[in-house]
Write a new protein. Sequence first.
Length: 148
Amino acid sequence: MSDDQHSAELLAAARAAAKSAYAPYSGFHVGAALRFADGSVVTGSNFENASYGLSICAETAAVIAANLQGKRSGLVEVAIMGGPLGDDGALAPTAAPVTPCGRCRQVLTELAQLGETDPFVYSGHAGGYLEHRLSVLLPAAFGPANLG
Ligand code: THU
């Protein structure tokens, strides 16, 4: 499989996960997909709260889901897609890329550093995606090693 097919497949998983988002306040449905070194994929979607600031982002939900499956190492790729739902109930991705928020960069970094990886992050948009290393999105991150 080419690198492009690889990222497209993970972005499709993120897009599918966005359909399960609970986003009645923002109307912005987000899906995140994590791929691990063994090829397994874990997804998450945002879960909002009537106290808006307590909303949980898709990336954080995916990290928690991975932990529930005992996955704490080998995070190699992350894909994110977001936007409103169209009349057909499917995600209509935004023109702007969905890069992870600051809190999610920190949460993803915890999982990545536990397994000593620096995953690619694919920030999806209607026309494709932006690709960054997580360490570029959150340079000089505070992680488990900084507690020592
Ligand atoms: N959101 C995510 O789930 N992930 C992101 O990367 C950006 C923002 C959610 C939070 C909130 O539920 C909605 O999108 C609008 O900000």
